[in-house]
Design a protein around this ligand. Structure first.
Ligand code: SF4
Length: 917
């Protein structure tokens, strides 16, 4: 077995991993103890990466050969690379000749390596001559980019992870760090342990695990962040907490902003944000008084119709109080995706150019054109994500090439996205996974390599570049993303009559070396780095110019900013409410965000059944008082609806929510939750409802707020099938079940299990489904034939069909009355012998067998510890919360591996203590 250095392919923390393999197959994974992002730690997602790479799973979900369809109504057929790329090149050449270069577009991904990004950007802007290339980073970080550029002059997060250890105040805003960046959160926990004086303030509409642990929680109303930051600045001015000398020497534009924030009185801000005035005052005092305040922020600021202003208003606060450019201080945006930063470095978006250059700048365009050896780079900004799909829908863009992303799951207003995908003359999908919701729309499917198979570089949130190495060979006929773009470009060059290729690459290193050159003299200069240096000396932060011996840990320590006059700029930020107001017909604000153990569209984490144990099925979280007012109880189905679409979810009471707000995890696309829908459209998951309203500067959509109405779904007929399946078939089964989900008013389908894999299919309707439909679904679970125990009451529409194997439950189907779900599921999960239950297995009763105790929800997914086990251990533990946690960890081991569940365990301790008191 060998160990290969790479990084985790999920979030922007950028943890180093060691992939254990025999060269053919991934055998395991562990955190890289030498990597400065994680020092050997991994969260629940990273530590299960190897499970997602198992050959049995890969066989079911991977795209392994190029596929091509001859016409829209024909199925895609297997093809070879050469003819597929030739066909594509010909279609591009013909379309560009006829309609111009802006008739084609690319939608790429923050999951790509920097080298992949670089080649695609050059292909679009350098060869084809269109800026219609945008990335799913538009949904993630573009407001952070715009915020940094407007204020500090360059898209460069000024802080570093070490600042977490040095801060006196950590201000977390719009980020559930405990879930979204767990390894950084572990570092915050550590910092608090080492420095009991450290204060953590959290501002978030939800009382998340991150918020619950804060010293001060500001439960602001959705979209009111600018008012909060302006209000804090108002107070800092009032209480003389600003640094006038720093403002005078290193900034400009403060006088105007000062005028503006005069109106943001504590009373006005408290009312606007829905928080207590004294909490606002406390937050401002802690922020301004502290020697070092570090702000951490993510999608709560970025995914907003005023995302740039939110970023700028927070940075204003840092500049005014001089909480920047010194250890432990700074406005530190956390990147969502693993290489959002790398994409920004190569300018892989519709308004950017290589090396942090701007498309709008003629000099910058000329520099990049010279570097690429082309006459020019087009000046017109390209279409950004939402606009790109709209242009496809309107027929302006005729060919769309989608790379390593799943817009049919992740883009807002899915109705329009699906319409665009149907409207395009040619849709190319370059993907590692054939299982995503976008793949069925592909006319051409290009199979790409993925984690453990790729080599190159990525950059994490703290500007740190890591080498990623391939541990195993490319499977099937897959190719690396940069290779595919290069081979295509060479073919297109011939058709465009070019005599010499500007795509001479044979290795990722050659691509990277060219990218490195594009940074020379820029703020992110990495001319002092090489693959060899990164391999031998480990990950490095930029800038790292030629001649340097180390990267720059934190920026702007000298107070000089990368603006024309070296001064940072205050932006006159004015609070604007969310784009879509709630009203009496749509009274709820729908928020979206991450689950602890899932990643984005779940194409990868969705293949690891144990990652579903923490949040096992799609649901909508709602405040207790809202549920009571609507006579809803846990598990009831509700229609969540607005003018864009409708989706049914099971409702779940949550003490995280304020009244009037609801939350659905961003991961639940039509792969996991769907239904018949209305008219031509089936239900398409959460993003059927989200808003395409965009920020005017960053063009980032407001995924954090949509106005919706919620009505109880009166669907009396229920249907549920669950059972163990051959792990080599589990994901094929889920895909086979996907079309059936659209036969019911509501349906969901998820895997479960740990050592064994199961699949659960749940449906509801206002009438009993046709027996043939039920039989077909049951048959997919092996429930057919004489060995099945059966109870049927056709008159009432009730049925219970049970498959027993080796004396234990193997699969169960319940129709009509599903009240026995809980105990039957527990028997199946625990593989309890069922012979003793006899006829009880089929009795149409709700009561569980005597002595049955449901195991409950798994809290610690690494060590498989459920909430019932924790609660029962809590009954016999006393002392301070710290002692109780230690007692639990020593007894049950929960939270002792990756630590991702520790905030939840602490919450359970608090709840138990409250009850005991
Ligand atoms: Fe991966 Fe977790 Fe590290 Fe993020 S925090 S990079 S998901 S291991």
């Amino acid at each position: 077995m060998t160990e290969t250095k790479a990084t985790c392919c999920y979030c922007g923390v950028g943890c180093g991993v060691l992939i254990q393999s025999d060269g053919q197959q991934v055998l395991g994974v562990r955190g890289d103890p030498d990597h400065p992002a994680n020092f050997g730690r991994l969260c629940s997602k990273g530590s299960t990466l190897h499970l997602s790479a198992q050959p049995g799973i890969q066989k079911q979900v991977r795209a392994l050969t190029p596929e091509l369809r001859s016409a829209r109504d024909q199925p895609r057929l297997r093809s070879d690379w050469d003819s597929t790329l030739q066909t594509m090149a010909q279609r591009f050449a013909d379309t560009i000749r006829k309609h111009g270069p802006d008739s084609v577009g690319f939608y790429i991904s923050g999951q790509l390596l920097t080298e992949d990004y670089y080649v695609f950007n050059k292909l679009a802007k350098g060869l084809i001559g269109t800026n219609n290339i945008d990335s799913n980073s538009r949904l993630c970080m573009s407001s952070a980019v715009a915020g940094y550029k407007q204020t500090l002059g360059a898209d460069a997060p000024p802080a570093c992870y070490e600042d977490l250890d040095l801060a006196e105040v950590i201000f977390i805003v719009g980020s559930n760090t405990a879930y979204a960046h767990p390894i950084l959160y572990r570092r915050i926990e550590e910092a608090r342990k080492n420095n009991p004086q450290l204060k953590v303030i959290v501002a978030d509409p939800r009382r998340t695990d991150t918020a619950r642990e804060a010293d001060l929680f500001l439960p602001i109303l959705p979209g009111t962040d600018v008012a909060l930051f302006n209000g804090m600045l108002h107070l800092c001015l009032w209480e003389d907490l600003i640094d006038t000398a720093y403002i005078a020497e290193h900034t400009e534009g403060f006088a105007e902003l000062k005028q503006t924030v005069r109106d943001y009185t504590p009373a006005f801000v408290a009312q606007t944000c829905g928080i207590k005035e004294e909490d606002l005052i406390q937050a401002a005092r802690w922020f301004g008084h502290s020697k070092a305040t570090l702000s951490l922020y993510c999608q709560g600021l970025n995914q907003s119709s005023s995302g740039t202003a939110k970023n700028a208003a927070l940075i204003n606060l840092h500049l005014a109080t001089h909480q920047i450019g010194k250890p432990g201080a700074g406005p530190f945006s956390l990147t969502g995706q693993p290489n959002a930063m790398g994409g920004r470095e190569v300018g892989g978006m519709a308004n950017l150019l290589s090396g942090h250059r701007d498309l709008a700048n003629a000099e910058h365009r000329a520099e990049v054109a010279a570097l690429w050896g082309v006459d020019d780079v087009p000046a017109t900004p390209g279409k950004t994500a939402v606009e790109l799909f709209e242009a496809v829908r309107l027929g302006q863009i005729k060919i769309l090439w989608i790379v390593c992303t799943n817009p049919a799951q992740s883009m807002p207003e899915q109705n329009l996205i699906r319409a665009a995908l149907k409207q395009a003359e040619l849709v190319i999908v370059q993907e590692a996974y054939s299982s995503t919701a976008t793949v069925p729309y592909a006319d051409i499917l290009l199979p790409a390599t993925t984690w453990a198979e790729k080599s190159g570089t990525v950059t994490n949130s703290e500007r740190r570049i890591s080498r990623v190495n391939a541990a195993i060979d490319k499977p099937g006929e897959t190719r690396h993303d940069w290779e595919i773009a290069t081979a295509f470009a060479q073919k297109l060059e011939v058709l465009m009559g070019k005599t010499a290729s500007i795509f001479p690459y044979e290795t990722p290193e050659q691509v990277w070396n060219e990218h490195r050159e594009s940074t020379r003299g820029r703020d992110l200069d990495i001319t002092g780095l090489s693959y060899q240096l990164l391999d031998t000396q480990g990950p490095q932060q930029w800038p790292y110019p030629s001649g340097a011996t180390a990267g720059k840990q934190r920026l702007y320590e000298d107070g000089i900013f990368p603006t024309a006059n070296g001064r940072a700029r205050f932006v006159n930020t004015v609070y604007q409410p969310v784009a879509e107001k709630t009203d009496p017909r749509h009274p709820f604000s729908l928020n979206t965000g991450r689950l602890r153990d899932q990643w984005h569209g779940m194409s990868r984490t969705g293949t690891v059944a144990q990652l579903f144990s923490h949040a096992s099925e799609p649901s909508i979280n709602m405040a207790k008082q809202d549920m009571e007012r609507r006579f809803l109880k846990n598990g009831d189905l509700v229609h969540v609806t607005n003018k864009r679409g409708s989706q049914i979810f099971a409702v779940s009471e949550s003490d995280e929510m304020r009244a009037g707000q609801v939350f659905v995890a961003m991961h639940w696309g039509e792969e996991y939750v769907s239904g018949r829908g209305h008219g031509d459209n089936f239900s398409m998951g959460i993003n059927a409802l989200t808003s395409p309203a965009i920020d005017p500067s960053s063009r980032q959509p407001e995924l954090k707020h949509a106005a919706v109405k919620i009505l109880k779904a009166e669907l009396p007929w229920r249907f549920l099938v669950f059972g163990w399946v051959d792990s080599a078939q589990a994901f094929s089964l889920q895909q086979a079940l996907r079309p059936f989900m659209r036969e019911f008013a509501f349906a969901s389908c998820v895997p479960f299990g740990r050592d064994k894999v199961g699949v659960l299919f749940r449906a509801a309707d206002d009438y009993a489904a046709a027996p043939e439909l039920v039989q077909k679904i049951e048959a997919l679970f092996g429930i057919y034939g004489a060995q099945v125990l059966r109870y049927d009451d056709a008159r009432r529409g009730n049925a219970r069909h049970i498959l027993v194997k080796d004396g234990a439950l193997a699969a169960v189907a319940l129709a009509g009355d599903i009240s026995a779900e809980s105990w039957l599921k527990a028997y199946l999960l625990d593989q309890e012998p069922v012979a003793k239950l006899g006829r009880m297995l089929l009795m149409p009763s709700t009561s569980a067998p005597q002595g049955f105790k449901a195991r409950g929800k798994v809290v610690c997914s690494c060590l498989n510890v459920a909430d019932t086990e924790i609660n029962s251990a809590l009954d016999s533990l006393d002392g301070s919360p710290v002692d109780i946690l230690a007692g639990l960890q020593s007894r049950l081991k929960c939270g002792t591996n990756c630590g991702s569940c520790v905030p939840e365990i602490k919450k359970m301790i608090l709840v138990r203590n409250k009850i005991a008191a």
